[in-house]
Design a binder for this molecule. Structure first.
Ligand SMILES: [Zn+2]
Length: 360
């Protein structure tokens, strides 16, 4: 299982899929599902949905396909590219990164310019530039040349897709947030394809999470699930700079969020349904899987909005520990992804027709 997850993950990590431009990722996932004998369909916004019939409360499992990045704002006369940020771009970690501009004429490589160190003043050494001040160098010598190559205002820009093996089961690379969860869901689809009974399950590979967190809501409105389980990163806190923030170790097993909140303009978060917390805890105990716990402000996923659909959806965020979120090289551990897959398959099997979601 682990090697299959690795293969899916590293393939998906290399495909550019800025929010609103997820088409290539969606096609790759649909192809993998189809190879597993699973049919899928897309809605108008671009969510990819695969449904498995069953009895009992219906479950929507989802992970987002999109990644953060930039959009071309202007091309300077000398061919330098100016961009707007899309999503939580970490400006501190942008200088001299390689990027991909996905144009109708094909992918164009570029470099985020960084002033030559030899000419950097002492002040500038410790200055972080905001995304709108950055320039991307694609090698084109003029605006006309860049445009002729296919670069236009609105062209999506993402980190250059990469995946590296680190020691042990660790993987470094682009958009592990949230392609790792997409790889987990693909593996779950393979298991569901051959199951005999269980609740109705809808797998949703959602769009625009990094943009406005609301792509998955559209799928939830269509599917009207009773239960929603969202898969995304959990902040690993086992590095010195994160030690005070929690108790989440990379390689320590999948995580469950007990509280998330983001108050900066968004004012939302998820406090999971008690029945879902119980289900995940009991499943982990039964399967002998270490389960880690997370409670964080500053975190927000699209589940915040999905939980509010219809009469309310019994919700929980599950995930995999990850380091260096939103930088060009994030790090996860394949063991966590495998355990997350196992816990999920086992939890679904425990949701029978009498699964109680009442608040009495
Ligand atoms: Zn994410």
């Amino acid at each position: 299982m682990k090697s299959r997850i690795k293969l899916d993950l590293t393939e998906l990590m290399r495909i550019p899929g800025l929010s609103g431009h997820e088409d290539r990722v969606r096609r790759a996932i649909a192809t993998k599902l189809s190879a597993a004998g699973v049919e899928s369909r897309s809605d108008r916004l671009g969510n990819l949905i695969a449904s498995f019939p069953g009895t009992g409360p219906s479950v929507m499992l989802f992970a987002h396909m999109d990644q953060l990045g930039f959009v071309v704002r202007k091309i300077d006369e000398d061919g330098g590219i100016r961009v707007e940020r899309l999503g939580g771009v970490p400006e501190r970690a942008l200088a001299s990164q390689s990027v991909t501009l996905a144009t109708a004429k094909g992918d164009i490589p570029g470099v985020i310019a960084n002033k030559s160190h030899h000419a950097t003043t002492p002040d500038e050494k410790y200055t972080v530039f905001k995304a709108p001040e950055l320039r991307i160098d694609t090698g084109h010598k003029s605006k006309t040349e860049a445009e002729r190559a296919g670069i236009r205002i609105g062209t999506p820009v993402t980190y250059h897709g990469a995946a590296y093996d680190l020691a042990g089961d660790r993987i470094a690379g682009t958009a592990i947030d949230d392609r790792a969860a997409c790889a987990v869901l693909i593996e779950v689809a393979r298991a569901l394809a051959s199951r005999r009974h269980g609740p109705p399950v809808h797998l949703v590979f959602s769009v625009q999470e990094e943009f406005n967190l609301r792509g998955a809501v559209v799928a939830a409105q269509t599917l009207q699930p009773d239960i929603a389980i969202q898969f995304d990163l959990m902040l690993a806190t086992d590095t010195p700079d994160m030690a005070d923030r929690g108790d989440m170790a990379l390689g320590g097993g999948p995580g469950m969020s007990l509280y998330s909140f983001h108050g900066r303009g968004t004012l939302n978060g998820v406090i999971p349904h008690p029945a879902m917390v119980r289900l995940v805890e009991e499943t982990a105990a039964q399967e002998g899987i270490d389960l880690q716990r997370s409670a964080q402000t500053g975190i927000l996923t699209d589940l915040s909005y999905v939980q509010l659909v219809g009469e309310g959806v019994a919700s929980i965020d599950l995930g995999f520990p990850m380091r260096y979120s939103h930088s060009s090289l994030e790090v996860c551990d394949l063991g966590d992804l495998e355990a997350l897959t196992q816990i999920l398959i086992a939890a679904l099997a425990r949701i029978g027709p009498d699964f109680d979601l009442s608040r009495d």
